[in-house]
Ligand binder design. Structure first.
Ligand code: GDP
Length: 334
């Protein structure tokens, strides 16, 4: 049975009323590649934009197995008890190719998924990681308009996905294990520099003492980094999501970071920069889409690619020829 198509007003009213089912359908609408859906999704986003932005946006990264989902499963109920509504979104780099496989889906947080105060959505899929990230960002805006005031965006600490998450959150958490070398954890220097709060996970049982030791080492290591752009020194904390212990402290550190960056103006600056970034990113993606779906380009692309493959023409020359073709045929069709 096909579902009845909702109108713009039904979407707006449902989302504003906090109906999770409608929110979920709106995100699916946004992820659709059908043109009619995309037009409706754009109108919806535009209408809801004034109601977005009022949340604490937190990025969480760390290699698979570090304890991200267990951590969110532990901090979630704590936040809900405090009266918050929590949305968990993710950017899974593997969703670029296949249906999200590194992070998996919502079954990773079974308890939290049952709470009416929580909304958990697995990563969007898309032909490019940039496209996946854009959908996640738009989902975040819809969640905010639906009253979710704490948003976690989770990703895996490998590849480009953490840079994309960093570009849409206010505070970036890096989860690390004690005792595993940096290389082993796949953590690149760039990620440390993006980190606002560093959390050493699984600080319990046999891991407790090594976690405390690692905390000191990370604190020392972070001193060697240049002053953070936010002017707030990254805090290093230990926590156990299983005990649970140290969860409240992580939330306090996030709040402290918020207070500091809001009073020194960095928070506002960061969001402004992010909006500009997303404008250019969207423009770039739209241009690319226009180019590749243009009939004139589709006609020529495969034999032009062949030329490059066979080495009979240089990529630069072919790109220029295709661009000229695109511009000339776009001008004609206008
Ligand atoms: P993710 O891939 O980063 O989401 O990691 P998971 O949350 O799935 O955790 C990976 C494994 O570590 C699971 O077997 C968890 O039970 C275990 N784990 C997670 N948090 C803790 C913790 O605080 N203490 C201990 N001892 N184990 C944990």
């Amino acid at each position: 049975m096909t579902k009845k198509r909702l109108t713009l007003h039904e979407y707006i009213n449902g989302i504003r009323a906090g109906e999770r089912f409608i929110l979920s359908r709106a995100i699916t609408l946004m992820e659709s590649t059908l043109e009619a859906d995309q037009i409706l999704a754009e109108e919806l986003l535009e209408a809801l934009l004034p109601f977005s932005g009022n949340s604490v946006r937190i990025g969480i990264t760390g290699v698979p197995g570090v304890g991200k989902s267990t951590f969110i499963n532990a901090i979630g109920p704590y936040l809900i008890k405090q009266g918050h509504k929590l949305a968990v979104l993710s950017i899974d780099p593997s969703s670029e190719i296949s249906r999200g496989s590194i992070l998996g889906d919502k079954t990773r947080m079974p308890e939290l998924a049952q709470s009416p105060q929580a909304f958990i959505r697995p990563s969007a899929t898309g032909s490019t990681l940039g496209g996946v990230a854009q959908k996640t960002r738009e989902s975040m805006l819809l969640c905010e308009a639906s009253g979710f005031d704490v948003i976690f965006i989770e990703t895996v600490g490998v590849g480009q996905s953490e840079t994309l998450v960093h570009q849409m959150v206010d505070c970036f958490l890096l989860l690390m294990l004690a005792g595993a070398g940096d290389e082993l954890q796949g953590i690149k220097r760039g990620i440390m520099e993006m980190t606002d709060i560093l959390v050493i996970t699984k600080a319990d049982g046999l891991y407790k003492a090594p976690a405390q030791q690692a905390k000191k080492e990370f604190q020392n290591a972070l001193h060697l980094f240049p002053q953070a752009e936010s002017q707030v020194n990254p805090e290093v904390l230990c926590c156990s999501a299983l005990e649970p212990e140290g969860i409240e402290e992580v939330w306090q550190a996030i709040q402290y970071y918020y207070q500091q960056t809001q009073s020194n103006g960095y928070f506002q600056q960061r969001r402004q920069k992010q909006r500009l970034h997303w404008l250019h990113d969207t423009l770039g993606q739209q241009l690319k889409h226009l180019f590749y779906t243009h009939p004139a380009i589709q006609q020529e692309l495969s034999w032009r690619e062949k030329e490059v493959l066979e080495g009979t023409a240089s990529p630069g020359k072919v790109a220029r020829a295709l661009m000229q073709k695109f511009i000339a045929s776009s001008a004609q069709s206008n």
